[in-house]
Design a protein around this ligand. Structure first.
Ligand code: AMP
Ligand code: MG
Length: 425
Protein backbone atom coordinates (compact mmCIF):
# COMPACT_ATOMS: atom_id res chain seq x y z
CA UNK A 1 0.00 0.00 0.00
CA UNK A 2 1.37 3.46 -0.83
CA UNK A 3 1.96 6.11 1.80
CA UNK A 4 -0.81 8.30 0.47
CA UNK A 5 -3.37 5.50 0.53
CA UNK A 6 -2.22 4.59 4.03
CA UNK A 7 -2.80 8.12 5.28
CA UNK A 8 -6.26 8.20 3.81
CA UNK A 9 -7.31 4.74 4.96
CA UNK A 10 -6.31 5.66 8.54
CA UNK A 11 -9.09 8.25 8.55
CA UNK A 12 -11.91 6.54 10.39
CA UNK A 13 -14.60 8.54 8.63
CA UNK A 14 -13.14 8.43 5.13
CA UNK A 15 -15.83 8.42 2.47
CA UNK A 16 -14.30 8.04 -1.01
CA UNK A 17 -17.29 9.79 -2.51
CA UNK A 18 -17.19 12.80 -0.21
CA UNK A 19 -13.82 13.64 1.32
CA UNK A 20 -14.36 16.70 3.57
CA UNK A 21 -12.32 19.79 2.63
CA UNK A 22 -10.60 19.87 6.03
CA UNK A 23 -9.52 16.23 5.66
CA UNK A 24 -8.11 16.80 2.20
CA UNK A 25 -6.10 19.73 3.58
CA UNK A 26 -4.72 17.53 6.36
CA UNK A 27 -3.59 14.86 3.94
CA UNK A 28 -1.93 17.41 1.68
CA UNK A 29 -0.17 19.06 4.60
CA UNK A 30 1.20 15.77 5.92
CA UNK A 31 2.61 15.00 2.51
CA UNK A 32 4.64 18.13 1.79
CA UNK A 33 8.41 18.44 1.98
CA UNK A 34 9.40 22.14 1.90
CA UNK A 35 12.39 23.34 -0.12
CA UNK A 36 15.44 23.80 2.08
CA UNK A 37 18.01 25.20 -0.34
CA UNK A 38 19.02 28.82 0.16
CA UNK A 39 20.55 31.55 -1.94
CA UNK A 40 21.91 35.03 -1.27
CA UNK A 41 20.16 37.93 -2.94
CA UNK A 42 20.40 41.71 -2.74
CA UNK A 43 17.91 43.38 -0.41
CA UNK A 44 15.51 44.56 -3.12
CA UNK A 45 15.46 41.14 -4.77
CA UNK A 46 14.31 39.63 -1.46
CA UNK A 47 10.85 41.24 -1.74
CA UNK A 48 8.23 38.47 -1.79
CA UNK A 49 10.77 35.78 -0.96
CA UNK A 50 10.97 33.55 2.13
CA UNK A 51 13.81 34.13 4.60
CA UNK A 52 16.31 31.28 4.62
CA UNK A 53 17.80 32.01 8.03
CA UNK A 54 17.17 34.05 11.16
CA UNK A 55 18.37 37.62 11.01
CA UNK A 56 20.04 38.77 14.22
CA UNK A 57 20.66 42.44 14.80
CA UNK A 58 24.33 43.37 14.87
CA UNK A 59 23.58 47.02 15.58
CA UNK A 60 21.25 49.10 17.68
CA UNK A 61 18.45 50.77 15.74
CA UNK A 62 18.46 53.64 16.29
CA UNK A 63 22.18 53.72 16.94
CA UNK A 64 21.96 56.71 19.33
CA UNK A 65 19.45 58.28 21.66
CA UNK A 66 17.74 60.93 19.57
CA UNK A 67 14.95 63.45 19.66
CA UNK A 68 11.46 62.29 18.71
CA UNK A 69 10.27 65.86 18.11
CA UNK A 70 11.35 69.30 16.97
CA UNK A 71 12.03 71.22 20.18
CA UNK A 72 14.54 71.87 22.90
CA UNK A 73 16.86 69.37 24.59
CA UNK A 74 17.18 70.13 28.30
CA UNK A 75 18.45 68.70 31.58
CA UNK A 76 15.29 67.72 33.45
CA UNK A 77 16.95 68.47 36.79
CA UNK A 78 17.22 72.14 35.74
CA UNK A 79 13.47 72.58 35.35
CA UNK A 80 11.37 74.25 38.01
CA UNK A 81 8.43 71.93 38.67
CA UNK A 82 6.28 74.84 39.81
CA UNK A 83 6.92 77.51 37.20
CA UNK A 84 8.64 78.53 33.99
CA UNK A 85 12.41 78.00 33.67
CA UNK A 86 14.68 80.24 31.67
CA UNK A 87 17.49 78.32 29.93
CA UNK A 88 20.42 79.72 27.93
CA UNK A 89 20.55 78.54 24.31
CA UNK A 90 23.89 76.78 23.84
CA UNK A 91 23.52 75.74 20.20
CA UNK A 92 21.56 73.45 17.94
CA UNK A 93 21.49 69.85 16.73
CA UNK A 94 19.95 68.60 13.46
CA UNK A 95 19.40 65.11 12.09
CA UNK A 96 22.86 64.07 10.91
CA UNK A 97 24.55 67.08 12.51
CA UNK A 98 24.96 66.77 16.26
CA UNK A 99 25.73 69.37 18.90
CA UNK A 100 29.48 69.27 19.41
CA UNK A 101 29.72 70.19 23.09
CA UNK A 102 28.03 69.09 26.27
CA UNK A 103 25.17 71.07 27.75
CA UNK A 104 25.81 72.47 31.18
CA UNK A 105 23.55 73.52 34.02
CA UNK A 106 20.91 76.04 32.95
CA UNK A 107 21.51 75.44 29.23
CA UNK A 108 19.43 74.00 26.41
CA UNK A 109 19.99 73.05 22.77
CA UNK A 110 17.63 73.51 19.84
CA UNK A 111 16.96 69.99 18.41
CA UNK A 112 15.20 68.66 15.34
CA UNK A 113 13.52 65.27 15.01
CA UNK A 114 16.14 62.56 14.65
CA UNK A 115 19.00 64.70 15.99
CA UNK A 116 21.35 62.86 18.35
CA UNK A 117 20.57 63.86 21.96
CA UNK A 118 23.22 66.40 23.03
CA UNK A 119 25.49 65.07 25.74
CA UNK A 120 24.11 66.03 29.15
CA UNK A 121 20.49 66.43 27.97
CA UNK A 122 17.87 63.87 28.95
CA UNK A 123 14.55 65.41 27.97
CA UNK A 124 13.04 67.18 24.94
CA UNK A 125 10.42 69.92 25.26
CA UNK A 126 8.36 70.37 22.08
CA UNK A 127 8.85 73.65 20.30
CA UNK A 128 5.15 74.61 20.55
CA UNK A 129 5.49 74.87 24.36
CA UNK A 130 8.62 77.01 24.38
CA UNK A 131 8.98 80.76 24.01
CA UNK A 132 12.35 82.28 23.10
CA UNK A 133 13.74 85.72 23.85
CA UNK A 134 17.24 87.19 23.66
CA UNK A 135 19.30 83.98 23.58
CA UNK A 136 17.12 82.18 26.08
CA UNK A 137 14.32 79.62 25.97
CA UNK A 138 11.45 79.78 28.46
CA UNK A 139 10.20 76.28 29.37
CA UNK A 140 6.88 76.01 31.20
CA UNK A 141 6.29 73.68 34.15
CA UNK A 142 4.71 70.25 33.65
CA UNK A 143 7.45 68.46 31.65
CA UNK A 144 8.17 64.77 32.22
CA UNK A 145 11.62 63.29 32.70
CA UNK A 146 12.90 61.63 29.48
CA UNK A 147 9.95 62.73 27.35
CA UNK A 148 10.27 62.85 23.53
CA UNK A 149 13.54 61.00 23.61
CA UNK A 150 14.00 57.83 21.54
CA UNK A 151 16.35 55.33 23.10
CA UNK A 152 19.22 53.70 21.23
CA UNK A 153 18.14 50.15 20.28
CA UNK A 154 14.45 50.72 21.08
CA UNK A 155 13.49 49.55 17.57
CA UNK A 156 16.05 46.74 17.37
CA UNK A 157 18.63 45.95 20.04
CA UNK A 158 21.97 44.26 19.34
CA UNK A 159 21.71 40.46 19.55
CA UNK A 160 17.95 40.32 19.09
CA UNK A 161 16.43 37.96 16.49
CA UNK A 162 14.75 40.44 14.22
CA UNK A 163 13.25 38.07 11.65
CA UNK A 164 12.94 34.31 11.57
CA UNK A 165 13.68 31.82 8.80
CA UNK A 166 10.41 30.98 7.07
CA UNK A 167 8.96 34.47 7.31
CA UNK A 168 8.01 36.30 4.13
CA UNK A 169 9.85 39.47 3.14
CA UNK A 170 7.27 42.23 2.73
CA UNK A 171 7.95 45.96 2.38
CA UNK A 172 8.28 46.36 6.17
CA UNK A 173 10.88 43.58 6.33
CA UNK A 174 12.81 45.10 3.42
CA UNK A 175 13.05 48.32 5.39
CA UNK A 176 13.93 46.49 8.60
CA UNK A 177 16.72 44.60 6.86
CA UNK A 178 18.01 47.84 5.34
CA UNK A 179 17.86 49.52 8.78
CA UNK A 180 20.41 46.96 9.94
CA UNK A 181 22.69 47.98 7.11
CA UNK A 182 22.51 44.61 5.36
CA UNK A 183 22.97 44.70 1.59
CA UNK A 184 22.22 41.00 1.04
CA UNK A 185 19.86 38.45 2.55
CA UNK A 186 19.66 34.66 2.58
CA UNK A 187 16.36 33.43 1.15
CA UNK A 188 14.93 30.06 0.19
CA UNK A 189 15.35 29.27 -3.45
CA UNK A 190 12.23 30.06 -5.39
CA UNK A 191 9.65 27.30 -5.82
CA UNK A 192 9.28 26.13 -9.43
CA UNK A 193 5.76 25.30 -10.50
CA UNK A 194 4.94 23.76 -13.90
CA UNK A 195 1.39 23.79 -15.20
CA UNK A 196 -0.56 22.83 -18.28
CA UNK A 197 -4.13 22.46 -19.49
CA UNK A 198 -5.55 19.23 -20.83
CA UNK A 199 -8.36 18.81 -23.34
CA UNK A 200 -8.94 18.09 -27.03
CA UNK A 201 -11.48 20.91 -27.11
CA UNK A 202 -9.05 23.66 -26.14
CA UNK A 203 -8.02 26.40 -28.52
CA UNK A 204 -5.23 28.86 -27.84
CA UNK A 205 -5.85 32.59 -27.66
CA UNK A 206 -5.24 34.42 -30.91
CA UNK A 207 -6.47 31.44 -32.95
CA UNK A 208 -9.88 31.14 -34.58
CA UNK A 209 -12.34 29.00 -32.65
CA UNK A 210 -13.48 25.87 -34.50
CA UNK A 211 -16.84 24.21 -33.84
CA UNK A 212 -16.95 22.60 -30.38
CA UNK A 213 -13.81 24.36 -29.15
CA UNK A 214 -13.33 26.65 -26.14
CA UNK A 215 -10.43 28.95 -25.49
CA UNK A 216 -8.00 27.73 -22.86
CA UNK A 217 -8.62 30.21 -20.06
CA UNK A 218 -7.37 28.08 -17.17
CA UNK A 219 -3.77 28.55 -18.11
CA UNK A 220 -4.24 32.29 -17.73
CA UNK A 221 -5.97 32.21 -14.35
CA UNK A 222 -3.32 29.75 -13.16
CA UNK A 223 -0.57 31.99 -14.49
CA UNK A 224 -2.12 34.92 -12.62
CA UNK A 225 -2.61 33.08 -9.35
CA UNK A 226 0.86 31.53 -9.39
CA UNK A 227 2.54 34.80 -10.31
CA UNK A 228 0.84 36.50 -7.36
CA UNK A 229 2.28 33.84 -5.07
CA UNK A 230 5.79 34.72 -6.15
CA UNK A 231 6.73 31.29 -7.47
CA UNK A 232 8.66 30.65 -10.68
CA UNK A 233 6.13 29.56 -13.31
CA UNK A 234 6.72 27.12 -16.14
CA UNK A 235 3.81 27.36 -18.57
CA UNK A 236 3.74 24.12 -20.56
CA UNK A 237 0.78 24.94 -22.78
CA UNK A 238 -2.05 22.63 -23.78
CA UNK A 239 -1.77 18.85 -23.76
CA UNK A 240 -4.19 16.73 -25.79
CA UNK A 241 -6.29 13.94 -24.31
CA UNK A 242 -3.89 11.32 -25.50
CA UNK A 243 -2.02 8.99 -23.13
CA UNK A 244 1.41 9.35 -24.74
CA UNK A 245 1.25 13.16 -24.82
CA UNK A 246 0.00 13.35 -21.25
CA UNK A 247 2.69 11.01 -19.97
CA UNK A 248 5.43 12.91 -21.78
CA UNK A 249 4.18 16.25 -20.44
CA UNK A 250 3.96 14.95 -16.88
CA UNK A 251 7.50 13.56 -17.09
CA UNK A 252 8.93 16.82 -18.40
CA UNK A 253 7.04 18.83 -15.79
CA UNK A 254 8.05 16.59 -12.89
CA UNK A 255 11.69 16.58 -13.94
CA UNK A 256 11.99 20.36 -13.83
CA UNK A 257 9.54 21.53 -11.15
CA UNK A 258 8.77 21.19 -7.45
CA UNK A 259 5.06 21.09 -8.14
CA UNK A 260 2.97 20.24 -11.19
CA UNK A 261 -0.52 21.59 -11.67
CA UNK A 262 -2.87 20.41 -14.40
CA UNK A 263 -6.43 21.36 -15.21
CA UNK A 264 -8.99 18.96 -16.64
CA UNK A 265 -8.87 15.23 -17.02
CA UNK A 266 -9.88 14.29 -13.47
CA UNK A 267 -13.66 14.20 -13.90
CA UNK A 268 -15.34 10.81 -13.85
CA UNK A 269 -15.36 10.37 -17.61
CA UNK A 270 -11.68 11.17 -18.03
CA UNK A 271 -10.11 10.05 -14.76
CA UNK A 272 -9.47 6.44 -15.74
CA UNK A 273 -7.00 7.25 -18.42
CA UNK A 274 -5.21 9.89 -16.34
CA UNK A 275 -5.24 7.56 -13.36
CA UNK A 276 -3.38 4.83 -15.25
CA UNK A 277 -0.59 7.15 -16.30
CA UNK A 278 -0.20 8.69 -12.86
CA UNK A 279 -0.12 5.25 -11.24
CA UNK A 280 2.89 4.51 -13.43
CA UNK A 281 4.69 7.75 -12.55
CA UNK A 282 4.08 8.01 -8.82
CA UNK A 283 1.40 7.87 -6.19
CA UNK A 284 -1.64 9.96 -6.83
CA UNK A 285 -5.06 9.71 -5.22
CA UNK A 286 -8.18 10.70 -7.15
CA UNK A 287 -10.49 12.41 -4.75
CA UNK A 288 -14.13 13.31 -4.78
CA UNK A 289 -14.11 16.19 -2.37
CA UNK A 290 -17.24 17.23 -0.50
CA UNK A 291 -17.21 20.70 -1.95
CA UNK A 292 -18.73 22.80 -4.66
CA UNK A 293 -17.41 23.71 -7.07
CA UNK A 294 -14.32 21.51 -7.42
CA UNK A 295 -15.50 18.05 -6.51
CA UNK A 296 -13.01 15.97 -8.51
CA UNK A 297 -9.37 16.58 -7.73
CA UNK A 298 -6.21 14.51 -7.81
CA UNK A 299 -3.32 14.90 -5.41
CA UNK A 300 -0.04 13.11 -4.87
CA UNK A 301 3.48 13.10 -6.16
CA UNK A 302 5.21 12.00 -9.29
CA UNK A 303 8.82 10.91 -9.58
CA UNK A 304 11.08 11.60 -12.49
CA UNK A 305 14.83 11.14 -12.77
CA UNK A 306 15.35 10.72 -9.03
CA UNK A 307 13.36 13.86 -8.38
CA UNK A 308 9.85 14.13 -6.92
CA UNK A 309 7.24 16.76 -7.62
CA UNK A 310 3.93 17.36 -5.88
CA UNK A 311 1.03 16.87 -8.20
CA UNK A 312 -2.27 18.76 -8.16
CA UNK A 313 -4.78 17.63 -10.76
CA UNK A 314 -7.43 20.33 -10.75
CA UNK A 315 -10.84 20.05 -12.40
CA UNK A 316 -11.30 21.60 -15.82
CA UNK A 317 -14.15 23.97 -15.07
CA UNK A 318 -12.74 27.49 -14.84
CA UNK A 319 -14.32 28.45 -11.50
CA UNK A 320 -13.44 25.05 -10.01
CA UNK A 321 -9.80 25.68 -10.96
CA UNK A 322 -9.73 28.89 -8.96
CA UNK A 323 -11.65 27.50 -6.01
CA UNK A 324 -9.46 24.40 -5.66
CA UNK A 325 -6.36 26.54 -6.12
CA UNK A 326 -7.30 28.85 -3.24
CA UNK A 327 -8.79 26.02 -1.20
CA UNK A 328 -5.79 23.68 -1.37
CA UNK A 329 -2.98 24.57 -3.73
CA UNK A 330 -2.11 28.05 -2.47
CA UNK A 331 -1.44 26.93 1.10
CA UNK A 332 0.42 23.85 -0.09
CA UNK A 333 2.70 25.91 -2.33
CA UNK A 334 3.45 28.41 0.41
CA UNK A 335 4.36 25.57 2.77
CA UNK A 336 6.53 24.01 0.04
CA UNK A 337 8.21 27.37 -0.50
CA UNK A 338 9.32 27.25 3.13
CA UNK A 339 6.83 29.61 4.79
CA UNK A 340 6.38 28.88 8.49
CA UNK A 341 4.29 31.89 9.54
CA UNK A 342 0.50 31.73 9.73
CA UNK A 343 -0.43 32.32 6.11
CA UNK A 344 -3.98 30.94 6.21
CA UNK A 345 -6.37 33.21 4.36
CA UNK A 346 -8.42 35.39 6.71
CA UNK A 347 -12.15 34.81 7.14
CA UNK A 348 -14.69 37.04 8.76
CA UNK A 349 -18.43 36.98 9.25
CA UNK A 350 -20.86 39.37 7.59
CA UNK A 351 -24.62 39.24 7.15
CA UNK A 352 -25.82 37.79 3.86
CA UNK A 353 -28.03 40.20 1.99
CA UNK A 354 -29.85 37.44 0.21
CA UNK A 355 -31.05 33.90 0.88
CA UNK A 356 -28.49 31.28 -0.20
CA UNK A 357 -29.25 27.73 -1.26
CA UNK A 358 -26.83 25.37 0.42
CA UNK A 359 -26.81 21.60 0.81
CA UNK A 360 -25.43 20.17 4.09
CA UNK A 361 -22.54 17.73 3.72
CA UNK A 362 -20.25 19.78 1.50
CA UNK A 363 -18.33 23.04 1.69
CA UNK A 364 -19.54 25.58 -0.85
CA UNK A 365 -17.43 28.42 -2.18
CA UNK A 366 -20.02 30.82 -3.52
CA UNK A 367 -18.79 33.97 -5.18
CA UNK A 368 -19.83 37.09 -3.33
CA UNK A 369 -19.74 40.83 -3.49
CA UNK A 370 -18.96 42.59 -0.22
CA UNK A 371 -20.59 46.00 -0.08
CA UNK A 372 -21.59 48.62 2.47
CA UNK A 373 -25.28 49.21 3.04
CA UNK A 374 -26.78 52.65 3.72
CA UNK A 375 -25.80 52.39 7.40
CA UNK A 376 -22.17 51.66 6.48
CA UNK A 377 -22.38 47.99 7.50
CA UNK A 378 -20.52 45.43 5.41
CA UNK A 379 -22.85 42.87 3.85
CA UNK A 380 -22.43 40.29 1.13
CA UNK A 381 -24.52 39.14 -1.81
CA UNK A 382 -23.87 36.45 -4.39
CA UNK A 383 -22.77 37.34 -7.89
CA UNK A 384 -25.33 35.98 -10.32
CA UNK A 385 -25.20 32.53 -11.82
CA UNK A 386 -22.96 30.25 -9.73
CA UNK A 387 -22.22 27.55 -12.32
CA UNK A 388 -18.69 26.18 -12.07
CA UNK A 389 -18.00 27.16 -15.67
CA UNK A 390 -19.17 30.76 -15.24
CA UNK A 391 -15.93 32.68 -14.72
CA UNK A 392 -17.89 35.93 -14.71
CA UNK A 393 -19.15 34.94 -11.24
CA UNK A 394 -15.50 35.23 -10.09
CA UNK A 395 -14.75 38.36 -12.02
CA UNK A 396 -17.77 40.19 -10.58
CA UNK A 397 -16.98 38.97 -7.07
CA UNK A 398 -14.62 40.39 -4.47
CA UNK A 399 -14.85 37.49 -2.03
CA UNK A 400 -15.71 33.84 -1.54
CA UNK A 401 -18.69 33.12 0.68
CA UNK A 402 -17.42 29.95 2.32
CA UNK A 403 -20.46 27.98 3.48
CA UNK A 404 -19.41 25.36 6.00
CA UNK A 405 -19.71 21.59 5.52
CA UNK A 406 -22.67 21.07 7.86
CA UNK A 407 -24.56 24.19 6.99
CA UNK A 408 -27.91 24.25 5.19
CA UNK A 409 -29.79 27.08 3.47
CA UNK A 410 -29.00 30.62 4.57
CA UNK A 411 -31.74 33.13 5.38
CA UNK A 412 -31.31 36.81 4.50
CA UNK A 413 -29.52 38.55 7.39
CA UNK A 414 -27.77 35.39 8.63
CA UNK A 415 -24.01 35.72 9.18
CA UNK A 416 -21.78 33.90 6.71
CA UNK A 417 -17.97 33.58 6.56
CA UNK A 418 -16.35 35.51 3.74
CA UNK A 419 -12.82 35.43 2.42
CA UNK A 420 -11.94 38.63 0.55
CA UNK A 421 -10.14 38.30 -2.78
CA UNK A 422 -8.14 41.44 -2.33
CA UNK A 423 -4.56 40.43 -2.95
CA UNK A 424 -5.70 36.95 -3.98
CA UNK A 425 -7.25 37.20 -7.39
P1 AMP B 1 -12.83 18.34 -17.68
O1 AMP B 1 -12.57 18.44 -16.22
O2 AMP B 1 -11.60 18.15 -18.48
O3 AMP B 1 -13.87 17.30 -17.98
O4 AMP B 1 -13.44 19.73 -18.12
C1 AMP B 1 -14.63 20.24 -17.54
C2 AMP B 1 -15.11 21.47 -18.29
O5 AMP B 1 -14.15 22.49 -18.22
C3 AMP B 1 -15.35 21.24 -19.79
O6 AMP B 1 -16.49 21.99 -20.15
C4 AMP B 1 -14.13 21.81 -20.42
O7 AMP B 1 -14.33 22.23 -21.73
C5 AMP B 1 -13.78 22.96 -19.51
N1 AMP B 1 -12.36 23.20 -19.56
C6 AMP B 1 -11.40 22.26 -19.36
N2 AMP B 1 -10.18 22.81 -19.46
C7 AMP B 1 -10.37 24.12 -19.73
C8 AMP B 1 -9.50 25.21 -19.96
N3 AMP B 1 -8.17 25.05 -19.91
N4 AMP B 1 -10.01 26.44 -20.20
C9 AMP B 1 -11.36 26.59 -20.24
N5 AMP B 1 -12.23 25.61 -20.03
C10 AMP B 1 -11.77 24.37 -19.79
MG1 MG C 1 -11.08 17.49 -20.35
Amino acid sequence: MTTLEKIISCMDDYDPNALPVARAREVIRSFLVPVAANERVSVRAALGRVLGEDIVSTVNVPAHDNSAMDGWAVRFADLDPNGATRLAIAGSAFAGHGFAGKIGAGQCVRVMTGAVMPEGADTVVIQEDVRTEAGAAIVPAGQKHGQNRRRAGEDLAIGRVVLRAGEPVRPAELGLIASLGLAEVTVRRRLRVAFFSTGDELASVGQPLAAGQVYDSNRYTLFGMLSRLGVEVLDMGVVRDDPASLEAALCTAAASADAVITSGGVSVGEADFTREILAKLGEVAFWKIAMRPGRPMAFGRIAQGGHEAQFFGLPGNPVAVMVTFYGFVRDALLALAGRTDDFALPHFQVPSDTALRKRPGRTEFQRGLLFRDGAGTLRVRVTGHQGSGVLRSMSEANCFIVLEHERGDVEPGESVPVQPFDGLV
